[in-house]
Design a protein around this ligand. Structure first.
Ligand SMILES: [Mn+2]
Length: 357
């Protein structure tokens, strides 16, 4: 944690700030180690303070050992104002994406003597590049989804509902040690497989359905994210086989493009080129992937608007899909670590053929 605090202190001074107020829950956790739901940090060249309420004082002292713990009795802006009262004309950054409008009004009122400056993605930018122990936690979360997927294959059959499949998947994840699921489990079958984010519904699986399953586990705070598409019963129809092959080729091309120094948008371009080249460009709307860590979606983004460059230690998904409205869809998603000389694929589940169950 100390190294992270030192790095954010460098960013604070490089941005012309005297201090930073950290309110994003995952940013608080990343910098301090504190996992509770109510914590605000103040970081400056001299100070590393954690404000929390009486419920969390003991826990905060244990987890955030590098921070001075301040118990909040009123609201955190008032406590910050007391701490900063002797510092006039100070430039204090706040996380504009992690402050409500009400909190901002309160800050502006009680911190009138300091200059409040909105900051975006400062801690998120640090979080994008993982330390090896973080990668190990993600690796564990990925191994849980691999195991749960292997378990679910025997369970999937015509007549079961998407929600039953989701429940069973979530049971396997929790049973094997996941703290929780990383996001609402997607099980989308038949025509619903054309909905890129079709949360599991009461629809029953039918013979011949493609089923897109997208789910993740959280281990030690770190997420996994995984998608495979299976076919319920028998042999695929030609169109099912074709979109599966195109998605598989695009996903492979994307993974092959991942390397330190490559623009994140380049991975998306390569993926999109394969899909468009086969005539399905209009049926792939979302980005090709995203970073993951404490959050299931974090920096960098792998889409055409991304301005980030891949760096060694980033962990990203590569997840193209093709969605044919009214018919069905296919998505394949793996988690990879960006290394100097290419991608290290963490996901272990095979993908070279359409699973038929
Ligand atoms: Mn994803």
């Amino acid at each position: 944690m100390l190294k992270r605090v030192e790095r954010v202190k460098q960013l604070i001074s490089k941005s012309g700030l005297d201090a930073l107020i950290v309110t994003g829950r995952d940013n608080v956790r990343y910098l301090s180690g504190f996992t509770g739901s109510a914590g605000v940090l103040l970081v400056s060249a001299e100070k590393a303070l954690l404000f929390t309420d009486s419920r969390y004082v003991t826990q905060a002292a244990e987890e955030a050992y590098a921070f001075e713990i301040m118990e909040i009795e009123k609201t955190w802006p008032e406590h910050l104002a007391e701490i900063l009262s002797e510092h006039r004309d100070m430039a204090v950054g706040f996380e504009s994406e992690h402050v409500t409008h009400q909190q901002f009004l309160r800050m502006a009122e009680v911190l009138a003597a300091v200059e409040l400056k909105p900051v975006k993605d400062m801690v998120e930018g640090l979080r994008a590049v993982k330390e090896e122990p973080e990668i190990e936690k993600i690796r564990r979360a990925v191994s849980l989804v691999d195991e749960a997927f292997a378990e679910i294959l025997d369970y999937i059959e015509a007549g079961r509902s998407e929600r039953e499949i989701a429940l069973e998947l979530e049971f396997h994840l929790r049973h094997r040690g996941a703290e929780r699921i990383a996001f609402e489990t997607i099980v989308a079958s038949g025509a619903r497989a054309a909905l890129p984010h079709g949360a599991a519904s009461g629809k029953l699986l039918e013979h011949g359905d493609l089923v897109v399953m997208d789910f993740g586990a959280v281990c030690n705070g770190y997420c996994s994210d995984f998608t495979r598409t299976v076919l319920v019963g028998g042999a695929p129809e030609p169109w099912q086989e074709e979109i599966f092959e195109v998605v598989l080729e695009a996903q492979g091309a994307g993974i092959a493009a991942v390397r330190a120094g490559v623009p994140a948008s380049e991975v998306d371009r390569v993926v999109r080129e394969v899909i468009a080249g086969r005539g399905y460009g209009d049926y792939f709307g979302h980005g090709s992937g995203h970073g993951l860590g404490l959050q299931v979606h974090e920096l960098p983004r792998l889409d055409r608007f991304s301005t980030e460059t891949l760096e060694a230690g980033m962990v990203v998904t590569v997840e193209p899909g093709i969605y044919l409205p009214g018919r069905g869809g296919v998505r394949i998603e793996d988690v990879v670590v960006v290394r100097e000389n290419g991608a290290e694929v963490l996901t272990g589940t095979a993908k070279d053929r359409l699973f038929s169950v």
